[in-house]
Ligand binder design. Sequence first.
Ligand code: MCA
Ligand code: AMP
Length: 508
Amino acid sequence: MYKSNYLANKLRRSSIENDDGVFAYLPNGNTVTYARLFSNAEKMAHVLASQGVKAGDRVAVQAGKSLKVIELYLGTVLAGGVFLPLNTEYTASEVDYFLSDAKPTVFVCDPKRLETLIPVAQAAKVNTVLSIASDGESGTLLELQNLAPTGFQAIERRAEDLAAILYTSGTTGRSKGAMLSHGALASNAMTLADYWEFTASDRLIHALPIFHTHGLFVAINTTLCAGSSLYFMAKFDCDEIIAEMARATVLMGVPTFYVRLLEHADLNLKTVANMRAFISGSAPMLTETHQQWQQKTGHTIIERYGMTETNMNTSNPYHGERKPGTVGLPLPSVEVKITHPDTGALLPEGEVGQIEVRGPNVFSGYWQMPEKTAEELRPDGWFLTGDLGVQDSDGYVSIVGRAKDLIISGGYNVYPKEIESIIDDHPSVLESSVIGLPHSDFGEAVVAVIVLQPGKQSTEDEIKNFTKEVLAKYKQPKRVFFIDSLPRNTMGKIQKAKLREAYSQTFK
Ligand code: MCA
Ligand code: AMP
């Protein structure tokens, strides 16, 4: 089945013999079988092909979470296209950048945003704009899908051909499109399905967004690879997850999920009796959260580590010791080494350095950014993660910091430079520094520290409103502070550590 299409073939292999098996359980009690999922994906592929999508063409989507978006993802792969999901929070100016940079053949958005986004798409020379409503029930793409035939002949794609581009912000402030090949996605999904022992009997609680690596590739590709099922939630909700645990077997989430679930009165040994694994990643989990989870549920959370550019690199084992505070061992076929951040020299065991990774999971480079690619991806395949870590004598990796200036808020990455450049455009602002401060719910929260132009005035609300128009909500500062001057070292570099220290009690 789909033999000529590398990724589609791997994603369909397990379910083809079990076509009536359930892919998704929906909160309204309905189910969607594998046969239905893939016949709908084939219809999507027909629509895309009829709209001119050819091998290597991008299909961008900014639409609410629904199974229709998964059908669109699979349809894009079948049609030989390159899937480009966008955070539903992105503002029109953020979307403008992605469309202008990636030049998709088709852009799909929510019908409610057509009026705003059609001009944006037109300016970026995207000819076809279609829609899917967030309930997955209406929209112009779905009207076309209903009329399309099934039985699409999958377009030939090899392991090295692109299947997706996911944008990840950069330290310079400009987002970079990580190009992910059929081979990279397929290899990671198969590795994870195997490592975490997914089978057709599993039911994964899916409460993550599906525009990022975690919710789309780690959760969905792994499920597809194993022919398992999903309980497909529109969004994260503690009550719903607790109730579903009676029927489900696995939960995947960011640390905020676990922090919030721990506050739920009904989380106990009985509620989790049917569950076999709790997996966490995207952001560091506090040892305290690990311990509380163990006490309340008897389960040790499996913490793993990945990136948009690499999918998953390491994981605590399914069998064997899971060490809280570590992100576990390199996954099968993934190599990890710790090197000196300045020289790239290999460091002895136990020393902190930059984590480098190599393997079939690693991306193919940044979309149309050969220089950026060369800076981070060595010719021999090693990728410089920008994370600082250490490996113990058993090979377990711990992430101890970041060489890159990055804030992770509730599992979403925020690069301070992007926020600083926007705040600096405010007429009253001389300069700004954006930092991440400890936050009990989101792990870290975005905070701006601002120096005003001489004689100018502003307020916290004014700055917040100014960022609202251009930045997705999770990037907007939760607090704004004004200061006479920013602390600098002798080289003139802003000492963010000093700022973090000065404001460390903000959310306590
Ligand atoms: C919501 N808000 C946030 C965040 N989420 N602010 C900062 N950071 C966030 N992550 C805002 C809301 O807009 C709202 O603002 C206020 O905070 C409270 O929102 P709340 O209703 O509590 O939030 P929620 O809707 O329940 O969302 C929280 C969430 C969500 C469920 C944790 O952020 C989430 O799904 N995060 C997962 C992100 C993810 O999938 N990351 C994986 C990236 P106001 O009150 O002003 O309206 S992939 C990755 O990192 C790699 C590859 C990896 O290793 O996985
Ligand atoms: P992104 O590129 O948005 O997918 O984010 C990747 C970054 O998230 C990594 O470079 C790490 O800094 C961070 N990350 C992912 N998983 C973990 C984890 N388990 N612990 C600490 N940081 C993590």
